[in-house]
Design a protein around this ligand. Sequence first.
Ligand code: ACM
Ligand code: ZN
Length: 621
Amino acid sequence: MKGKLFKLLLLTCLASCVVACGKVAEVKELTIIPEPVSLTQQAETFTLSSPMKVSLDNLVQDNATVRYIDQSMRKMHLRPSFVNDGETGAIILSLNREPNSEIGDEGYTIEVSHSNIQIAANTEAGLFYGYQTFVQMLPDDVSSTAYSKITIPLCSITDYPRYQWRGSHMDVCRHFFPVSQIKKHLDVMAAYKMNRFHWHLTEDQGWRLEIQKYPLLTEIGAWRVDRNDEDWNYPRNPEPDEKATYGGYYTRAEVQEIVEYAAQRHIEVVPEIEFPGHCCAVLASYPELGCRRDTTYSVAVADYWPPTAIMCAGNDSVLTFLKDVFDEVVDMFPFQYIHVGGDEAFKHDWQRCPKCQARIKELKLKNEEELQGWLTAEVEKYLISKGKRIIGWDEILEGFVTPSCTVMSWRGTEGGKVAARKGNDVIMTPTQFCYFDYRQADSLYQPQAIGKAFRFNPLIKVYQFNPTPEELSASEASHILGGQCNLWAEYIKDTKHQEYMLLPRLCAMAECLWTPVERKSWEHFQNKIEHHKDRLTSMGYNVCWGSFKPIISIDTVANGLNVTLTAEELGTAFHYTTDGSEPTEASPIYSGTLLLQQGDTLKTLATYRNEVREGVYTFGF
Ligand code: ACM
Ligand code: ZN
């Protein structure tokens, strides 16, 4: 249901309650993100019992999802007390005995009546998502609210996802992030029903995964000379013998901790181990795996472009290395998919390398692109024999690609369309909607981000993402598994900045990947996100508040110019002057269209919740 229609119905309900009860009921419009498939809300409420009663139907208390829910409630100081079936006032968690075919493997239903809240699903994942929706219905200050004041609107929800792949990617190589931050990322993914964590673990600037058979990958490859105080694009060259002090890696025990933490939240961890390019850290550790003997490979200190370091595809020990590494990766990561990279593999060295050229000849390959195709196919064959499936960035289409390989389309959607038409599965992650290293508001008031003016992905742009291109037939479209946001970390040095780039855009991405297109509404989302920005802040995340920049529209009319101001951030107030003076908080506040004349100057100062935001913008007419 579109936002306006929903509001109309809700107001009608509230109005009837005013008549029935004789006083205005305090029922807030639910602001669930992602928007459920169907949601009807009434103007009356259920009040939590004290202590909060929870009953289990077709579930045991020792069930992993029930344990998660129990802990999560305790963290909110809700102190659940498990009671027998059917007690009035209880929250009933149900695993359906007869599967509900409408909601599938990840869907759920919620019925909130005067006597109970019932969350039901066919699977634990569905129950988990139903619980996340329930959490969003609670007041933000739930921990400090008396039970008798915690009310939930009576409502009925049926919900299930549009896509099976709802991913969020994190680059931990350009800058390194601790286990605690990865858990925080997984928590926020789970809150918004995202289910694939794409963990970018190997790069030119650092190898981040302990591999027992190749200890130098982390003794050498995980560390680089520290240039964190310098511009990423123009780092000073390392001094001779300068120590590599910046970096870090994840031990096997830490990986296990993260995989388990993710699994408790119904998130699959997809490790990315890049080859043949983006491999300075590998070649710094094991130089014999490169094509060249006339160079010293080192872990890149910052910007490294073009990334010409490449593993030698003509050298049998490279395939042995990759198989050994993937043996350990398979042991550590239980999910079926492994990402093998494959992007931006510059092949200058392959063109000059006798071993690579001999391999091309021996296999009767057409060119170096096909050599990458061959190497990828060899690794894929090995991983399939271990029950795994591979994903590669869309460059892998340039050589040849096996039908079983899943393509991650990042250079726009073209690669994804080509792959889907060939019958390959596809994950859509086109830069122009999904790259969260792009800035999200005016660069004058944002931390440094990748690129300049054209790399701009504000919330509204992310919200327009539709992973399935309209040109695909139904059978081609069935190969689009879903999409994901990608958070590259060249410019992101610390956890606060990382959260700032992720949020609230992750919320928009979650709605694009879960909610049916016809249920999406930017206006409704814009209202909901106001609440979620506060909610995320109170959960301890550093959230970007969006853009306070005036968006101006000018209409020429008989007696002058009608000038209208809006902003992406709904609560923005504009103080303004038209006499050329600098506006201050004492200047009048814009409250509707202004009538100005040619030659006038309009200056605005944005405030939000009584705080000055961004700077003064000047418009001459
Ligand atoms: C990529 O952004 N190079 C996949
Ligand atoms: Zn070579």
